[in-house]
Design a protein. Sequence first.
Length: 360
Amino acid sequence: MTERIYNFSSGPAVLPVTVLEQARDEMLSYRGSGMSIMEMSHRSDRFGEVLATAEDGLRRLLDVAQDYRILFLQGGASLQFSMVPMNFLHGGSADYIVTGAWGLKAVHAATKFGNPSIVYSGEADGFRTVPSQDELSFAPDAKYLHYTSNETIDGIEFKYDVEGSVPVVCDASSNILSKQIEIEKYDLIYAGAQKNIGPSGVCVVIVRDSLLERATDGLPALLDYRTFARNASMPNTPNTWGIYIISLVCDWLEDLGGVAAIEKLNREKAKILYDYIDSSDGYYRGHAKREARSLMNVTFRLPSEELEDRFCSEASAAGLDGLKGHRSVGGIRASIYNAFPREGVEHLVEFMKDFSAKNG
């Protein structure tokens, strides 16, 4: 078998090896069925069990109450930038907190369906921090407030669950399942699967029943959340393979001890890397302010872009791949999601020490 590298990609991201091995073993014949998950009918009892396992796993891991629906959609989190206002804005206003590029994209999408209002933006400061709850003020007549809990490009993460007097909507694509959250503070959470939940091609939406009741009538069926809620996420053929992998990831995470256990591991991994960055005498400079540093996406700079290019090239040759920062901002980004192993972070730190010694 080809030796695996350390994959720091921001998504599609690293998956647990045991999950990949089980999927490999069941590729040709799922549980003795004589066919692959990718071949069987989504209406079959076998796939119905897979779908139920994925939903039940997420419900247990996130402690989701029964008055929420867990939906599996396609189109990624980017489609949700439009589906949320399409379903709930009704031509009115909504409040948006913008702490990075993805929050900004969500605002731009919402302008086609109503009047989004930016109540906080970190753009002028280069997206380096998040507001405190005390800094935020929301319009009482807003249809909802929207924020991104973790911005992958700049490595910015909220350390608290934003609260408001209106429905709270959260794009949790890059930190869902990575730490404990209070689901009851949210009315809708959406997340592209390809970072902590499973493979690309599935978007998980967790929505409270009372918010569903406010959805706009007359929408195209596959852009209406109620269509998916009424049809157990299957108004059309879903991404059966993706949902199957999600079910395996949930089993893997539960075997580790659940979200509380993985949060502890994630904090340990991030601390190793941030501690070294802070001790490097400025050779490596973290982008995010300390109080807003992401546990999932560690972003930093070197003394020059030339050195950053050399760093990424030599790191890749050393089996440390996917470290180049987003094309819009440059720099270095190490994405260390749930399935990323601690030893990979340790290898990166050793490489960083060696690189600075040779290029300081």
